[in-house]
Design a protein around this ligand. Structure first.
Ligand SMILES: *Cc1c(COP(=O)(O)O)cnc(C)c1O
Length: 365
């Protein structure tokens, strides 16, 4: 069996440190907002080169709290991509704002910057791009667009921990960068977790207030906030994994590049790497016509594959009433119909990559 992601092997390789870390939390019984959360926030801020890193309970909450702390609310429009996980648009709905969908670039599947400007109205307050599948979107162009129109830039980095544009990490370009530590993400906890990066002191202060019941001082509550804290057990696990993130991402890139070489002569679109992006392959996603046949052949060999994402967000029942479509979205629709993601994780061996591509070759050649 080759799974989409192998969390067991990664745990085995770091077991001694993780187990000792968990035991230390159990021994001191300080479970919420303790030394590991503080240390993890400092270590991640340092790694990413951000002034502040504020942890919270999930990537979804990171997006929600970032929009809330940035003051985005009812009546506001937020431009985003329809080809992403639903949480990106859910967070916009949570604050009462409207998601405005713009089509994606056919090569990278990221928000098409050339189409974003036409979607700006006098209600637009922010642009929320996703660094999809681990590849930075054209973030300098989006920054320039936000600057020109006085908009906030909030980055969904749930899939791009360690990914870069040029020599800067994703999540350090906009007002806020929103990360997820869901177990299967590039930096994954053993449960839910999230984090927001920002260089804005006031925004960081509001994020800390909102994640802890709207409180800056114990039992003094200025605003309605949330219970959205990362717990110490997750923080101690993430601290064991963080020093290995570059090596994990390099392993993902090895797998991806081997797939692309092996599949180069077949009728599939392999992932395009933008010139300035350091792609960290949260997913390795092909475009092809015979998706069902390839999935079936892989399944017969006990090899997992997955469709991320089969329905673009402008077609999701839950999102339709909280969103607007600025223009036709043909690329997102065609991509959703033709995309297929293959197993990718640092521990996937070259032999298994070759086995997978041989199965695909038998179907398509
Ligand atoms: C995983 C993910 C999220 C949500 O993160 P959770 O930690 O699962 O809440 C948001 N956006 C994108 C693009 C994601 O992949």
């Amino acid at each position: 069996m080759i799974p989409m992601v192998d969390l067991h092997t990664q745990y085995q390789s770091l077991k001694a440190g993780i187990d000792a870390g968990i035991q230390s939390v159990l021994d001191n019984t300080h479970f919420i907002l303790g030394e590991n959360v503080r240390a993890l926030e400092a270590e991640i801020a340092d790694y990413l080169g951000a002034a502040h890193a504020v942890s919270c309970a999930s990537g979804t909450d990171a997006l929600h709290l970032a929009l809330l702390a940035a003051g985005i609310g009812p009546g506001d429009e937020v431009i985003t991509t329809p080809f992403t996980f639903i949480a990106t648009a859910e967070a916009i709905a949570y604050v009462g704002a409207t998601a405005v969908f713009v089509d994606i670039d056919p090569a990278t599947f990221n928000l098409d910057v050339n189409l974003a400007e036409a979607a700006i109205t006098d209600k637009t307050r922010a642009i929320l791009p996703v660094h999809l599948f681990g590849q930075a979107c054209d973030i300098p162009a989006l920054s320039a667009l936000c600057e020109k129109h006085g908009l906030l830039l909030i980055e969904d980095c749930a899939q791009s921990f360690g990914g870069k544009h040029g020599d800067r990490f994703t999540g350090t370009f906009g007002a806020a960068g929103c990360y997820s530590f869901f177990p299967s993400k590039n930096l994954g906890a053993f449960g839910d977790g999230g984090l927001v990066t920002t260089n804005d002191d006031a925004l960081a202060d509001r994020l800390r207030m909102y994640r802890n019941h709207g409180s800056r001082k114990q039992y003094v509550h200025e605003e309605i906030g949330y219970n959205s804290r990362l717990d110490e057990l997750q923080a101690v696990i993430l601290r064991q994994k963080l020093p290995h993130i570059d090596e994990f991402n390099a392993g993902r890139r090895r797998v991806a590049h081997r797939y692309s070489r092996n599949l180069a002569d077949l009728p599939v679109q392999t992932p395009a790497e933008s010139a300035d992006a350091y792609h960290v392959y949260h997913q390795y996603t092909l475009l092809l016509d015979d998706r069902a046949a390839v999935q079936e052949a892989l399944r017969e060999q006990d090899i997992a594959s997955a469709v991320y994402y089969p329905i673009p967000l402008h077609k999701q029942e839950a999102i339709i009433k909280h969103s607007k479509v600025a223009q036709a979205l043909p690329v997102a629709e065609q991509t959703a119909a033709r995309c297929l993601s293959l197993p990718v994780y640092p521990e996937l061996s070259d032999d298994n990559v070759d086995r997978i591509t041989e199965v695909i070759r038998r179907v398509l050649a």
